[in-house]
Design a protein around this ligand. Structure first.
Ligand SMILES: [Zn+2]
Length: 497
């Protein structure tokens, strides 16, 4: 997401963590009784109960039936293929904000119950470690906003889109809702005639039925749940070619097609520019999904980035700025999508790089020097660190308060770390590092420590001290090559915890 617009607000998840803590201690007391159904998590530093242990998802097959009204629940069938990584008496999926009608495990009906934001499934027989799992959940998927949360389905003027980052995919479908467990996706969406459906990946057929048309899409690369996208609307789909024949397809409100075309025509050249910087585009297709909706953010959903129409029609936004937003979401396809964060504390690797290329593009195409922007960021960096935490140790959202994880510290604050790194190791080594990073970790997940190790290897010296100070320090270290740069001290209100 870009930093420059109102940011997305992830939900506070503390209540669930507290519930988990009390349920776990209860479990220790009554050790001989059957284990109670409790919400589990992967222990993410920011979202401890997101995701679930004990299995590795290979694929999701998501079927949705849309009625034509975006304030009614969709009927849905989610089929998950996974492998058990330990013996499982219970399987926890993340799912809330929908009604579950039935669950099958490997073809046999299974008992299920809700616990916190988990759907806890008890198969008829425990599953052996290493065993294959096919879980089928029949459920509803509610596009109306859940109380106290944002994200999941986005209701547009003419249908629906999705915005699941960071922790909202499980408001839409049952899943292992953490970017460390990427999987292949198939979408089968049935909508009344007159609607167009597009999802991540590439089309795999349409079928006309009594209820309308079923549109099928498949990803050719693994994807995190937070990056899933389904667009249902009165849309036009515009096709063009990117570099080396890459399919570029944009999804826009049919009536806005001519208005948006001049912007859409810029994408192939932006892809070519980024390919020159970091290497081949990592996926099977790209394009913009432009929605008539007010989300307050843009989102790098894999192969199909979500934008609000207003970005392109607001006279207040200069052209260079709109283009830099396009490049921001495009660069996430490499940084954040193809290479996903192992935990949400690694978010700076997504947003820092997207901000870096956004800024570099503005420097190279619109005479907006990176150095000016970075000097300004340096001036604010200590204040950002005081309010949001240092780039690689962002503070979690506070319970009950709509504080976003998507703060300046992980945008320009993290791009500033990359600027310092380029100053420290020199531009040629920095550029080699960037290309190597997206090549080595393509279609995978990676950590801050992975980045430090790769950078040290390429620079030919141990950069642990550099990264410790820049990524985890309360104070911004001196900028290499710019000893005169100063960072303003935090205000009293910014240091209050
Ligand atoms: Zn971003």
């Amino acid at each position: 997401m870009p930093h420059s617009l109102r940011s997305v607000i992830p939900r506070a998840r503390r209540a669930k963590a507290a519930l988990l803590a009390s349920a776990v201690s209860g479990c220790l007391i009554a050790a001989s009784a059957p284990a109670p159904a409790v919400p589990l998590g992967l222990g993410d530093p920011l979202f401890p109960t997101l995701g679930n242990p004990g299995y590795d998802v290979r694929s999701y097959d998501l079927a949705f039936t849309y009625s034509g009204s975006n304030d009614k629940p969709l009927s849905a069938v989610t089929t998950i293929r996974a492998r058990a990584t330990e013996r499982l008496e219970r399987i926890n999926l993340d799912f809330t904000h929908g009604t579950v009608q039935s669950v099958d495990v490997n073809g046999t009906p299974a008992a299920f119950t809700g616990a916190g934001e988990d759907l806890v499934i008890t198969p008829e027989v425990p599953l052996p470690r290493g065993g294959a799992l096919r879980i089928t959940v029949r459920h509803t998927s509610d596009p109306r906003p859940a109380t106290g949360t944002e994200g999941g389905w986005v209701r547009t003027e003419d249908g629906l889109a999705m915005a699941n980052q960071a922790d909202a995919a499980h408001l839409v479908f049952p899943c292992n809702d953490h970017p460390s467990d990427k999987a292949m996706f198939t979408f089968r969406v049935t909508a009344p005639d007159g609607y167009t459906v597009v999802a991540n990946g590439v089309p795999a057929g349409t079928e006309h039925t009594g209820r309308g048309t079923t549109w099928t899409y498949r990803t050719k690369h693994p994807m995190a749940t937070e990056l899933a996208q389904v667009s249902i609307g009165r849309s036009a789909v515009l096709h063009r070619r990117g570099p080396h024949g890459l399919p570029v397809r944009d999804v826009v409100p049919a009536e806005d097609r001519a208005l948006l075309e001049p912007w859409l025509a810029k994408t192939p050249q932006q892809i070519a520019w980024l390919e020159k910087k970091v290497g081949p585009f990592p996926f099977e297709a790209y394009g913009l999904l432009i929605a008539r909706a007010q989300t307050g953010f843009e989102l790098e959903t894999q192969t199909l980035s979500l934008f609000e129409k207003g970005v392109f029609t607001q006279p207040a936004y200069p052209a260079w700025y709109v283009e830099s937003l396009m490049v921001h979401e495009l660069s996430h396809q490499w940084f954040g999508d193809s290479v996903s964060p192992r935990t949400w504390s690694d978010l700076w690797l997504n947003e820092g790089h997207a901000t870096w290329y956004e800024s570099l593009y503005a420097e190279e195409t619109a005479q907006r020097p990176m150095e000016t922007r970075m000097k300004a960021a340096y001036g604010l960096s200590d204040r950002w660190r005081a309010t949001g935490g240092p780039p690689a140790a962002p503070r979690p959202p506070k319970p009950g308060r709509k504080i976003s994880l998507f703060r300046p510290s992980v945008y320009d604050g993290a791009a500033l770390v990359l600027y310092a790194l380029r100053q420290e190791i020199g531009a040629p080594a920095f550029e080699r590092l960037e290309r190597a990073w997206v090549a080595v970790h393509r279609d995978g997940t990676a950590t801050t420590a992975d980045f430090r190790r790769l950078a040290s290897g390429i620079a030919g010296r141990d950069l642990s001290g550099f990264f410790r100070a820049w990524l985890y320090g309360e104070k911004t270290p001196p900028m290499p090559g710019h000893p005169d740069w100063k960072s303003d001290p935090p205000q009293a209100s910014e240091t209050a915890r």
